[in-house]
Design a binder for this molecule. Structure first.
Ligand code: WT7
Length: 646
């Protein structure tokens, strides 16, 4: 572990919204006098009807429930757009940088975005979409993705954004799970110069879903698409006929805003549900404090809107704060590994927020791609999605930020809505690799695997002891699963699934998932999902998937596969299975290693001993632990002897 500590730069301490003393005071108040604290913070939103109740929550089974500002009403699209019009209608809300630097960027003002959102909201209404209906968004990284989300929010429809890298099957199951009847997509997406056949994927997904009555198709590349009469309509053609006047629906604070599917340790992906008031407050408040955001600053988060980071820190948080948010369609290494830094110079980006996996990939290309750019506009850097190794942190700090930019390493989850643990740039001395301190109102705790609280310095399972406004409210359609997944492991506590260390200074160091979830390039995946994709193949009898260390992706996917007895496992089958998983789930789930195994290590009761497989995946085979309870210990020797490259 790196022992370095970087003090708060003097200028930051002097000018930041929150300095060290203020953080301590605000944090104390947020937990000791929380209702009063939240009443004040919630004033950053425009409420239609002010709330009188603040926190009504319990993590206990008997009276389980999570409600914040329950009797207030508001609309988040109005919070993101309408209220800025008088003061900064002509300020740029979204800068769009396309995949190719040869294509012109777009700059969309708050006034224009407001009109676009209203027109699209009217289009949705014309297709019968009403408050509470679900709308699936399967779009590339274009401003229309934000327009679509905000149009849903404006009329009270619940959006479910599905990442463009998911397969038709994954898309179909997400449409089906929430009974969405409208899908918004584009002819093709464009990433790194390659076209992604979004509309064709939608067509495959919808072949078995006749309940979808409307598909709105945005023209992005002009690639050929087939349009189904009555169901498919052209985005631009139909939107241009709409009025740009659309009243924002009055939403209850606890009315749903969006569903976002995420992977867990068991079963199929869960529809994480976020509601309006608490989520809105959490996204805007954390964006303001964590990035010390001041109107006028150019801010860039490189995530995709298909993930929660894009929801909270490209769209909702920044726009509620009147920010200029940059949306990038492309990838870090196209046309070359200088792309990020060139975009920063081109648009004079001041705040830059990206993922460790991208930093590791770029670091490998050498400093020259960075140092040949200016980056003088940068003042703050952020990291999100997975633990950042100190080497990558130091490189980010020294080479990208030229030692003048603090780095905020933000720890959070789809379930938490937005950041829970992070440094504040004017308040927190930085330790490379540590997410450091809790956000206001967040009460982290470490417990042993038996649930015994750990005081002071130590390592254990990370739980949160009390609710915060941005917490997810339920799993769509399965409230029982919500309770079981997060609140039953440790009674009365929210279990994050992460391991964590706390040092002598009270800094939190996330060590990674301790459940059967792996984090591949910042993308979260359930090993069970990949296993069920593998066993769906006709030649596969059984499969077990574990994470393996990967220099760039953080974790890679290591699959142990037992074929049917009459199958001869060879390289051709290995390739076939890799293709199969890509097709079943999507390219993000591409296995890195497939090891054929005539048998998997099982206990006498038939349970796979994943602990042993994890060790093999990690290439940590010196100490496999107790193998005496295995039904057939010889299986392990076979696995060890036949490790690919091992
Ligand atoms: C998991 C959540 C955070 C939004 C994007 C990912 C890991 C996330 C960090 C960080 C260490 C991190 C955790 C968490 N994670 N940020 N700064 N340091 N680990 O959201 O897909 O729901 O994944 O990502 O393991 O549980 P997600």
């Amino acid at each position: 572990m790196s022992e370095a500590v970087y003090p708060v730069p003097e200028e930051w301490a002097r000018t930041a919204l929150v300095d060290e003393a203020r953080y301590a005071e605000m944090y104390r108040r947020s937990v000791e006098d929380s209702d009063a604290f939240w009443r004040e913070e919630a004033a950053r939103l425009d409420w239609i009807k002010p709330f009188t109740t603040v926190q009504e929550t319990s993590f206990d089974e008997a009276d389980f429930g999570i409600r914040w500002f329950g009797d207030g009403t508001l609309n988040l699209a109005a919070n993101a757009l309408d209220r800025h019009l008088a003061e900064r209608g002509d300020t740029v809300a979204i800068i769009w940088e396309p995949d190719s630097p040869d294509e012109p960027a777009r700059r969309i003002t708050y006034r224009e975005l407001h009109a676009d959102v209203c027109r699209f909201a009217n289009l949705l209404k014309a297709r019968g979409v009403r408050k509470g209906d679900r709308v699936t968004i399967y779009l590339p990284m274009v401003p229309e993705a934000a327009v679509a989300m905000l149009a849903c929010a404006r009329i009270g429809a619940i959006h479910s954004v599905v990442f463009g890298g998911f397969s038709p099957d994954s898309l179909a199951s997400r449409i089906e799970d929430c009974d969405s009847t409208v899908v918004l997509t584009a002819d093709e997406g464009l990433r790194g110069g390659k076209a992604v056949p979004l509309k064709a994927n939608v067509d495959v997904a919808l072949a078995k879903l006749p309940s979808v009555h409307t598909v709105v198709v945005l023209k992005r590349t002009g690639g050929a698409v087939t349009m189904q009469d009555g169901r498919d309509i052209d985005w631009h053609q139909d939107v241009s006929a709409q009025s740009d006047d659309c009243t924002a629906e009055e939403m209850g604070a606890e009315d749903p805003l969006f569903i976002l599917y995420t992977s867990g340790s068991t079963g199929k992906p869960k529809g994480v549900l976020h509601t309006t008031g608490g989520y809105g407050l959490w996204a805007s408040m954390t964006h303001r404090y964590v990035f010390d955001y001041r109107p006028g600053q150019i801010y860039w988060c490189t995530a995709d809107v298909g993930w929660v980071t894009g929801h909270s820190y490209i769209v909702y948080g920044p726009l509620m704060n009147g920010a200029t948010t940059l949306m990038f369609e492309g990838v870090p290494n196209y046309p070359d590994p200088s792309r990020f830094w060139q975009v920063i110079d081109k648009h004079q980006v001041e705040i830059f927020y990206t993922a460790p996996t991208a930093l590791r990939a770029l670091m490998r290309e050498g400093d020259d791609y960075v140092t040949r750019t200016s980056r003088k506009s940068l003042r703050l850097l952020g990291s999100v999605g997975e633990p950042i190794n100190p080497e990558a942190w130091e490189w980010y700090h020294r080479v990208v930020g030229e030692r003048r930019c603090p780095i905020v390493d933000t720890w959070w989850q789809t379930e938490t809505g937005a950041t829970l643990i992070s440094p504040l740039p004017g308040a927190t001395p930085l330790k490379p690799g540590s997410a450091s301190k809790p956000m206001f109102g967040v009460k982290p705790m470490l417990v042993t695997s038996e649930g015994v609280p750990i005081e002071g310095a130590g390592e254990g399972c990370l739980v949160i002891t009390d609710s915060w406004p941005g917490q997810m409210r339920t799993v769509w359609g399965d409230h029982e699963r919500f309770f079981q997944t997060y609140f039953s492991t440790f009674k009365g506590l929210y279990f994050t699934g992460d391991g964590c260390r706390r040092d002598e200074d009270g800094y939190y160091w996330i060590t990674g998932r301790i459940d059967d979830v792996i984090n591949v390039s910042g993308h979260r995946m359930g090993t069970a999902e990949i296993e069920s994709a593998l066993v769906a193949h006709a030649k596969v009898a059984e499969a077990a998937v574990v994470g393996m260390p990967h220099a760039i992706k953080g974790q890679g996917i290591y699959a142990f596969v037992t074929t049917n007895a009459d199958v001869h496992p060879d390289d051709a089958l290995r390739k076939e299975l890799v293709q199969w998983v890509r097709q079943e789930i999507g390219p993000i789930a591409t296995p890195d290693v497939i090891q054929f195994a005539p048998g998997l290590p099982k206990t006498r009761s038939g349970k796979i001993m994943r602990r042993i497989l994890r060790k093999i995946g990690e290439n940590d085979v010196g100490n496999l632990g107790d193998t005496s309870t295995l039904a057939d210990p010889g299986v392990v020797d076979h696995l060890l002897e036949n490790r690919p490259g091992g």
